[in-house]
Ligand binder design. Structure first.
Ligand code: 2P0
Length: 343
C-alpha cells in the first residue's frame, strides 16, 4: 500500500551567526568554511510527502500551487538520494506539498527550513516503506538536507548548531552545540520580502571566484567561529554578539571586493544597523547580522526582546518585525494536525 503512504514534518529556519559563503564542491555541497547558526521557532516550513504511484514524476506544490520543473528538479534531486540510500530506485513518484511560514527568498533562509523539512519527512517516509534498510541517524540526515541547500544542514537540529567543514561528504555534517534554552532571542527586521535579485547560490559562487578578500574571509571566519563558540559555552551574549557582527561585516566585505562588486545591504539596512548600535550605546545588549538580503536580524536577551521590539517599531513603523526564540529540531506532524492546518 505504498501509494497511500504519507508523512509530514515541520522544520525551522536558522540564522547564521558565522556565515556559510561558498562551496568547495558544487555537487556535494561541501562548504569552504565551518558555519554556526541559531534555529528559530517562529519561522518554519511544513512539508507533506505522499507516494503517488499514478504519477510518473515527483511534483512540488507550494501553498497549493504547482511549481515549475526547475524547482521540482531540486526536490527530486534530494528524493533520489533517499531512493539510492534505501535501495529503491523504483520507488513511486512523490507528491510534495509545502507551506512556508517564512517570507520566501528575502534573505530569511526559507531554503534552510524547506530542505530540512523535506529531508526529515523523506527519512520517515522511506523508513516506513523500506523498514529493512539501516536506520538513518540525524547526523547522516543532515548530509541529505545539505544536498538540497547548504543552510538546511543546520536546521536538522535545534538551538545553536555548527555545520562542519569536514573532510568530505560523510563528515560535513550538522553538530548540535547547545539547545539555547537560556536568555537569548532574535528580532528579525524584514525590510523587504521581495524576491532577491542575486541568489545566494550565484552570489557565493561569484564572490568565491572573484573577491579580493575571499581567502582573508576564510581565515578570519575561523577566528570569529572560535569566539562565538566560547561565547555560547559561557552563555555570554555580548561575546557572541560582538563576534557575530564582526563576521557579518567581513562576509559583506567579500561582496564589496568582488568583481564586479555587489551588496545585499540597502540604505534602510544601514539605518537599522545604526539604530542597533545606538541602542547598544544606551546599554542594551543588541547585535545585528544580515544574510543574502536586506533584512537585519538582531540578537538580544530574551528578557530584552519586548523592549527591543518596541524601540524598533517606534523608530521604523514601516518595517515588519518578527520575534523569535530558539527553535527545536524538526518534528513529524500527524495526519490530523496536517488537515487541521491545511485542509
Ligand atoms: C548562511 N546563507 O550561512 C548563509 C549566509 C546566506 C548568507 O546559506 O546554494 O540557500 O542552496 O547552498 O543555503 C543561503 O544560501 O545556498 C545561506 P545553497 P543557501 O546561512
Amino acid at each position: 500500500m505504498l501509494h497511500t503512504l504519507s508523512v509530514a514534518a515541520r522544520a525551522h529556519t536558522n540564522i547564521a551567526l558565522i556565515k556559510y559563503w561558498g562551496k568547495r564542491d558544487d555537487v556535494l555541497y561541501l562548504p569552504t568554511s565551518t558555519s554556526l547558526s541559531l534555529t528559530l521557532d517562529s519561522l518554519y516550513t511544513d512539508t507533506r510527502l505522499t507516494f503517488d504511484n499514478k504519477a510518473k514524476k515527483d511534483s512540488l506544490h507550494l501553498a497549493g500551487e504547482k511549481q515549475d520543473d526547475a524547482s521540482t528538479a531540486k526536490v527530486s534531486r534530494v528524493l533520489n538520494l533517499f531512493r539510492e540510500r534505501y535501495g529503491c530506485a523504483d520507488a513511486p513518484a512523490v507528491r510534495v506539498d509545502s507551506h512556508n511560514h517564512v517570507p520566501t527568498a528575502a534573505g530569511l533562509a526559507s531554503s534552510s527550513s524547506g530542505f530540512a523539512a523535506l529531508a526529515f519527512a523523506a527519512r520517515a517516509l522511506f523508513e516506513r516503506a523500506y523498514p529493512d534498510e539501516p536506520h538513518m541517524s540525524d547526523t547522516e540526515l543532515s548530509t541529505f538536507a545539505r544536498r538540497g541547500s547548504g543552510s538546511a544542514t543546520r536546521s536538522i537540529f535545534g538551538g545553536f548548531v555548527e555545520w562542519s567543514y569536514g573532510t568530505g561528504s560523510q563528515d560535513s555534517v550538522a553538530v548540535p552545540l547547545d539547545n539555547a534554552d537560556w536568555d537569548v532571542a532574535m528580532v528579525v527586521a524584514a525590510i523587504s520580502t521581495q524576491h532577491k535579485k542575486i541568489s545566494s547560490t550565484y552570489g557565493m559562487k561569484h564572490t568565491a571566484a572573484t573577491s579580493a578578500f575571499y581567502s582573508l574571509w576564510r581565515q578570519a571566519s575561523q577566528q570569529d567561529l572560535e569566539a562565538v563558540r566560547a561565547g555560547i559555552a559561557s552563555r555570554n551574549i555580548d561575546a557572541i554578539g560582538a563576534a557575530m557582527e564582526a563576521n557579518c561585516m567581513k562576509f559583506h566585505a567579500t561582496m564589496f571586493a568582488a568583481n564586479p562588486p555587489f551588496t545585499y545591504m540597502t540604505s534602510k539596512s544601514l539605518q537599522v544597523i545604526e539604530f542597533v548600535q545606538a541602542l547598544r550605546d544606551e546599554g542594551l545588549s543588541a547585535y545585528f547580522t544580515m544574510d543574502a538580503g536586506p533584512n537585519v536580524k538582531i540578537l538580544c536577551r530574551r528578557s530584552d526582546q519586548d523592549q527591543l521590539h518596541e524601540r524598533l517599531s517606534a523608530a521604523f513603523p514601516e518595517i515588519t518585525l518578527f520575534d523569535a526564540v530558539p527553535g527545536d529540531a524538526p518534528e513529524l506532524l500527524d495526519a490530523a494536525q496536517w488537515s487541521e492546518l491545511y485542509g
